[in-house]
Design a protein around this ligand. Structure first.
Ligand SMILES: NC(=O)C1=CN([C@@H]2O[C@H](COP(=O)(O)OP(=O)(O)OC[C@H]3O[C@@H](n4cnc5c(N)ncnc54)[C@H](O)[C@@H]3O)[C@@H](O)[C@H]2O)C=CC1
Ligand SMILES: O=C1O[C@H](COP(=O)(O)O)[C@@H](O)[C@H](O)[C@H]1O
Length: 257
């Protein structure tokens, strides 16, 4: 990717993981919602993804997009996800098409499929010996309005891919935490995404060739109910981390070489 890559939501947790891992790998154009505390080393702007003008300015001159900006709260109310997640994502896609962007990587979420976690399946599905897997071919099944907004983002991507030939990769991100997996939280350990695997899967999504994809963005956890086979096959994803290698906040095993 020779052209600049637009990263929205650059000031957030996922943005930090991506920039920490891939700082020098791309020419970044960063979009913040409010002025950053420190002057970034990259081109940046401050704007809102629900503003057509801000989005057009952000998109100017870029060849690919990682779209993270939005309200990430599972309990977010409809007004907020409608404006920040759904309308904001549609404006981003429209501007990407106008600019002739090649690739659009969308931060989808485990919450797009949260209702697969039924009382009958849990907590067993969070455990290492359970074989239940979602693989990205299933229909969305959100468990909250935030999940509805992420499923809608995936469908917007389907439309813009089919009508405008944009390559689209939806990454259903699990639970990103820095340093170690969530403690005393089986669900979180089953969908843990380490910072370095987060950077790596986004790198893969910028490099690989694909049409329209939905993949799960989790580390290679022993506990898992999301398959990472599609991410491996199509994107070349090769995760290094596994929540089973931790006891609380302490690493007790190293990744296999
Ligand atoms: N952190 C996680 O474990 C997961 C995150 N995600 C998704 O990844 C994306 C990033 O999440 P995080 O970094 O954790 O959240 P965050 O809250 O740390 O970062 C989101 C960023 O988007 C910005 N933003 C919000 N509304 C905006 C708007 N209207 N215009 C411009 N910028 C706006 C915020 O200011 C913030 O800097 C979100 O879309 C979230 O739904 C999905 C699954 C898991
Ligand atoms: O989509 C998201 O998912 C993670 C994990 O969900 P949780 O319900 O187990 O916390 C969440 O932490 C993050 O805020 C959200 O954007």
């Amino acid at each position: 990717m020779d052209d600049p890559v637009l990263l929205t939501g650059a000031g957030g947790a996922v943005g930090a993981a991506i920039l920490e891992g891939l700082e020098d790998a791309y020419e970044w154009k960063l979009m913040f919602h409010s002025p950053p505390a420190e002057e970034p080393d990259h081109e940046y702007l401050v704007g809102d993804v629900s503003s057509e003008g801000d989005v057009a300015a952000a998109m100017d001159g870029v060849g690919a997009v990682i779209h993270l900006a939005g309200d990430p709260r599972p309990e977010a109310p409809w007004d907020s996800v409608l404006e920040n997640n759904i309308d904001g994502t549609q404006k981003m896609y429209e501007a990407a098409v106008d600019e002739g962007v090649e690739k659009f990587v969308f931060a989808s979420s485990n919450h797009a499929v949260g209702s697969f976690e039924t009382d009958e399946r849990t907590p067993e599905m969070y455990r290492p010996d359970d074989q239940y897997r979602l693989d990205g071919t299933e229909l969305p099944r959100p468990g909250n309005l935030y999940g509805v907004s992420k499923a809608t983002g995936e469908v917007l991507g389907r439309y813009y891919h089919d009508q405008y030939d944009l390559s689209v990769c939806n990454i259903r991100i699990g639970n990103l935490t820095r340093g170690h997996p969530p403690i005393d939280y089986e669900r979180g350990q089953a969908m843990w995404l380490s910072y370095r695997d987060c950077a790596h899967i986004h790198d893969c999504a910028l490099q690989a060739d694909y049409e329209y994809e939905i993949v799960y963005g989790i580390s290679d956890n022993d506990r898992k109910y999301y398959s990472i086979e599609r991410a491996k096959d199509v994107l070349g994803y090769d995760p290094q981390d596994n929540s089973a290698h931790f006891d609380g906040d302490e690493r007790v095993a190293e990744p296999e070489p």
